[in-house]
Ligand binder design. Structure first.
Ligand code: G3P
Ligand code: MG
Length: 248
């Protein structure tokens, strides 16, 4: 019972690594975020056909890899053969779709705090929440960097809670849900993650007053970030951590 402890956040969180500076959801992207000064990163995790958690955003491969079709129809061995960097820039050719386990090793090496977004393919919400939580429970040191799970999918958060109750969770939504208080309580979530374009500054002030840490995606200018943080947001997700850190 009781809300999970709120993890100590930094105001600037690299989105999908540093999505404007390196291919999203790759090991190069995590390293780039760190190099640009981010202390926290967010990335998306989905299951392969054979149940391995990997970093990727879309349910299909076309946009961010050299492959075709659904992630959930490919085994890890099949995904391994794909290029996940060349689409972004030739210098990143050879980047692969990383496993969560590989990403964890890089995060621990760099001391990067992580918001792991559970991004299940439709119908695999529970399996994905369980697999992500199980992997983190097994490999993330209790005295390691800070960790925050999140998902748009309530069943995925419930599964993570059952599997690894002590890893803090955040509830993701686009707009502020009408039942946000009940939802946070029911899922025992410490934070609320919203689309910055769909929440008013007045709402941010109200949520700050209520003591709810709000994290906003995706904010790519320093002026907008400053306005949101001044209005009470706890942090913003950005594709360009260097731009925000230079301007704040
Ligand atoms: O976790 C914040 C943000 O990443 C949610 O949206 O589509 O970029 O995963 P999306
Ligand atoms: Mg995400």
């Amino acid at each position: 019972g009781g809300q999970s402890a709120t993890p100590d956040l930094s105001p600037v969180i690299g989105h999908r690594g540093a999505a404007a500076r390196a291919p999203e959801n790759t090991l190069a992207g995590l390293r780039k975020a760190h190099e640009l000064g981010a202390r926290w990163v967010e990335f998306d995790v989905m299951l392969t056909k054979d149940g391995v958690p990997v970093l990727i955003h879309d349910e299909t491969l076309e946009r961010t890899t050299s492959g075709r079709g659904r992630v959930a129809d490919h085994t890890l061995a099949e995904l391994r053969a794909l290029d996940a960097g060349a689409w972004f820039a030739p210098a990143f050719a050879g980047e692969r779709v990383p496993t969560l386990e590989e990403a964890i090793a890089v995060l621990l090496e760099l001391g990067l705090h992580a918001n792991v977004e559970i991004k299940p393919a439709k119908g695999r919400e529970v399996a994905t929440g369980e697999a992500v939580a199980r992997m983190l429970a097994r490999t993330w040191p209790t005295d390691g960097p800070r960790l925050l799970l999140s998902s748009f999918e309530h069943p995925a958060l419930e599964a993570a809670r059952r599997t690894a109750p002590s890893i803090p969770r955040g509830l993701l939504a686009e707009e502020l849900p009408a039942d946000w208080e009940e939802a946070l309580q029911a899922l025992d979530c410490a934070t609320l993650h919203l689309d910055h374009a769909k929440v008013s500054l007045a709402t941010l002030h109200l949520l700050a007053e209520r003591g709810v840490p709000v994290l906003l995606y995706t904010v790519n200018t320093a002026t907008r970030a400053a306005e949101l943080l001044k209005s009470g947001a706890a942090a913003v997700f950005t594709d360009a951590p260097d731009t925000l850190l230079a301007g704040l």
